[in-house]
Design a protein around this ligand. Sequence first.
Ligand code: ARG
Length: 588
Amino acid sequence: MSEDYTLLRSRQDLAKKLLALGFKIGPFEIRAGDSPAPADLALPVFRLAKETKQNPADLAALVAQRIDLSDTILNSVQAVNGYLNFKFQPELFARAVCADYWRNPRRYGSFPLGKGKTIVIDYSSPNIAKPFSVGHLRSTVIGQALYNIFSFLGYRVVGDNHLGDWGTQFGKLLCAFELWGDTQKLQEYPTRHLLELYVRFHETARNDPALETRAREWFRRLESGDPVARERWQTFVRLSQTEFNRIYQLLGVCFDVTLGESFYADRLTGVIERALKTGVARREKPPRNPGRTPSLDEEVDSEETVVLIPLDSSGIDVPLILQKSDGTSLYATRELATVEYRIQTWQPERILYVVGNEQEFYFQQFNAALKLLGITVPCIHVNFGLIRLPAGRLSTREGRVILLEDVIPEAIERAKALLANRELTMEEKETIARKVGIGAIKYADLSQNRRKDVVFDWNRMLALDGDSAPYLQYAYTRTCAILRKAGEFNPANADPTLLTAPEEKTILMHIARFPEIILASAENYEPHRIANHLYRLAQDFSIFYDRIPVLKADTPQLCNSRLALVEMTGTVLKIGLALLGIEVMERM
Ligand code: ARG
């Protein structure tokens, strides 16, 4: 598999050579430098030195002396302070990287890694009857990128939008709608009206606890299939989904299934009974402090008994509650039914949950419960941070809010302003502005390590000279412009061994690293690795563009070789951006 790519093959070759000398290393202990750094590949020997009780500098010197590079494309090694610095024979390296690329340009960087394997990705998963939040935007954008990346690596990916469409909050909503609902407002601006009702419910319930009882009764009716409750609930779901679908369409996001929590309503009793039967769950007086339960404000009332899974065996002192004293289910109950269903239906190798940091504890509980239930398919919480404004955290009270319905059109408007002076038709401007605006929103998110908070900053997001989608999209259009001007270009007339200028070698190294960047980004569920790599490529391409003549190169052969480099750069940008869910255009 990895034999297909020069850099990976060279790492493996080196690992074998070292093994022959008695040193065991993993291929990724070798670092790939950016040529023309002192090394193309570098191996720190500190670990090996410690294990064999030697001085690192001495060990590096010894290995450098003994290692035999004869049947590799590496041609020099130097020991420098505990590092082994290797260099490629530049002509062979250039030829090999170009050969990797021309074997299958459209799929450059892919591997058949996931052949025969399935991954389920749970992403977006907004809550019905609430406006689509920026948190759900993050889940949507990150989830879609992971979807694309794993598909590119040959996995069968099932994207499941696990809508929050079931739970106590619908009891509250049904109750509030009965009291203050307005059918016309519901049709006009569904999620806003439903949110109003929800807020009003909580305000009123503070002074009127009877309301809570009424709400619980509504949810009980809903769970037991009462036709009135079901029909109203169905309307809320349908209207909210129409709103969400508009957003998905703008973002170019799609799912294989949108099952939602309600889909599992009929399976919940089974889940609870099985957990009780195996002794994993117990019926008990509710714990006094139910602790940090998930975001869907589901509280447990203090009468009678609940069904819970104690998690002490995993060192977690807050049990996972599966059934409330009134017999109704919780978020976690639906979660367990969902995981069972996914395993039965798709036999996944693992399941990814793209959900914010605030549910970290909940996922620890969930995983501890899975262990007790004997479910071994890894369920991985792909967590992420908040979105902040430059002025600080989002705060409704202080007017620092981001509403998605405003953000997307504004991004497109701002992108249009960027294009104001370009020679493009109105129609072209519309299409390009959409790609740039949406791309900018996605890239701002995906270029950061997902675990950290992201700062929502329009200027940075759309900076034509910065780490932004438009910068990368623009770099791509430059590659297109050169190729357009060149006319017919036949890669067979290119001679990669002519690409020896430092600017060219740097780009070749970026291209060579692209496949393993994709691998690392999949392995760590970190799309930012791809984004960051593309940014470096675009920056170095811009240096190349300024310094190295392509169409005016000294000889036709040199021109063709440089055109090949331009074409490879363009394709890597295009493939990489597509993995991030960002579209490119031929001109802008
Ligand atoms: N709807 C939930 C929320 O907004 C997210 C659901 C994530 N998926 C899951 N299987 N728990 O908090």
